[in-house]
Design a protein around this ligand. Structure first.
Ligand code: ATP
Ligand code: MG
Length: 436
């Protein structure tokens, strides 16, 4: 490794090479296909937003806003005071951005009714990098705006369940809780404060501030002593108003009817302020300390808080890096080359023309420009997940030996015959291939 910092990536950010990226693409494509089945359309919002969006959306007392913001000083602000340099951030999450876009473009007016959006993209949080925790990470997520019914909570949880099941993850734990609304939460918060004040000096300095500033965040503290003390605190589900109680009951009923197994976790609060009623997390015992792979909940007041019309909403987000970690032992469907060809001698020129022709027909053909031994070619074809290895005859470049990499079977063919031969085996074509 060279000393110069220019040759190091930024701390907490990863490079992804083709050996890994094709797997991530498969995950994304599976998600896109399932989202389409559930009637979701993709929303793409910018990576940079005004800081105030998250201060007001995610909440002033949250870790994301207090500790994890990735500020983007704009160039013309260089040398100006710190406050101006903190006006923009790389997005730490997408919900606030989606709501901002929904309000800004007056979607409620332009296109009344429930909106179903999904997104796939990078988020940025200035956290201490460790296993499962990066400063740039990707999320696959959904947001449904304009639906108040408990059956919608159940539907989005079901969608998350089915997506994870498509990835082969069927034994994850779904934890659910109800965090109340503007009617039942304030009296609960007062009870929680009363309880926490009795512990004041026994709690860590951060928690002592939380008691007055944002008491619900007391449940987020990772200090073992605080966790022990807070485990005795009153819990929100005991304080729900009758509307929240019947909402929760209805969500559970629909999930049970659809055979979705879940646990009720009365201390699950989630680290963001905007949640109301249903919240949930999907956790795995195989992820170490960072055990949540996905999380979400209802946020019935966020649109109004960001100056939009009162619009109930719900969403979730799935961490791609943690998902990849859960899939380490997965056998992936190879989506490599249809064929890898070697033509090291004078046959190269003619071969090149045939290869171009096949690529234009949408076939995936790798071509080696340097001489290779048969053994080296086969090894490389294997590594690139090629279905066939092609050896062009030096004496007659129209003739080929075609080896099926799976069965080991070898046949002699012409280029014309090769196209039909490959097509009968290969199911996938390059996206955007020229029409024949
Ligand atoms: P955690 O408790 O792990 O900090 P969180 O509550 O901050 O998670 P959310 O904001 O709900 O996480 O994001 C949803 C998902 O995004 C998480 O369940 C996780 O899989 C992923 N995620 C969040 N922060 C990071 C990070 N810094 N690096 C990698 N993945 C992350
Ligand atoms: Mg976090």
């Amino acid at each position: 490794m060279r000393d110069n910092y220019l040759f190091h990536g930024v701390k907490g950010m990863r490079d992804v090479f083709p050996e890994e990226s094709w797997k991530i693409r498969q995950l994304e494509e599976k998600a896109r296909a399932l989202f389409a089945c559930y009637g979701f359309g993709e929303i793409r919002t910018p990576l940079v937003e005004h800081t105030i969006l998250f201060e007001r959306g995610v909440g002033q007392g949250t870790d994301i806003v207090n500790k994890e913001m990735f500020y983007v000083p704009a160039k013309e602000q260089d040398g100006e005071d710190d406050k101006r340099n903190r006006q923009m951030v790389l997005r730490p999450e997408a919900t606030a951005s989606v709501v901002r876009a929904y309000v800004e473009h007056e979607i409620a007016k332009v296109s009344p009714g429930c909106q179903r959006y999904y997104y796939i993209g990078s988020m940025f949080r200035y956290e201490r990098p460790q296993r499962g925790r990066y400063r740039q990470f990707a999320q696959i997520g959904i947001e449904v705006l304009g639906a108040t019914q408990p059956s919608m909570d159940a539907e989005v949880i079901l969608l998350l369940h089915d997506l994870l099941a498509q990835y082969g993850l069927t034994s994850l734990t779904f934890q659910l809780n109800a965090v109340g609304c503007l009617i039942c939460r304030p009296p609960y918060i007062r009870k929680l404060q009363e309880f926490a004040r009795t512990l004041q000096t026994k709690l860590c300095p951060d928690c002592q501030i939380r008691i007055e500033k944002n008491p619900l965040r007391l449940f987020d503290c990772k200090q073992p002593e605080c966790r022990k003390l807070i485990s005795q605190a009153p819990v929100l589900p005991d304080f729900l108003c009758s509307d929240c109680r019947s909402h929760q009951k209805a969500v559970f009923q629909v999930l049970e009817k659809n055979n979705i197994r879940f646990e009720v976790e009365p201390r699950l609060m989630r680290g963001l302020d905007y949640y109301t009623r249903t919240v949930f997390e999907v956790i795995s015992k195989d992820l170490g300390a960072q055990n949540a792979v996905a999380a979400g909940g209802r946020y019935d007041n966020l649109v109004a808080d960001l100056d939009g019309p009162q619009t109930p909403a719900i969403g979730w987000s799935l961490g791609v890096e943690r998902l990849m970690e859960l899939l380490l032992d997965t056998v992936w469907e190879p989506t490599g080359l249809d064929a890898l060809v070697v033509a090291p001698g004078p046959e190269f020129e003619t071969t090149f023309v045939h290869v171009t022709d096949m690529r234009r027909q949408g076939l995936r053909i790798g071509m080696e420009h340097e001489a290779r031994s048969v053994k080296a070619l086969l090894k490389r074809a294997d590594r690139l997940h090629a279905r066939f290895a092609l050896f062009v005859s030096a004496a007659d470049p129209e003739k080929l030996e075609v080896k099926n990499m799976q069965s080991g079977e070898q046949v002699a063919l012409t280029w014309d015959q090769l196209k039909t031969h490959i097509s009968t085996f290969s199911q996938q074509k390059c996206i955007g291939a020229a029409k024949q």
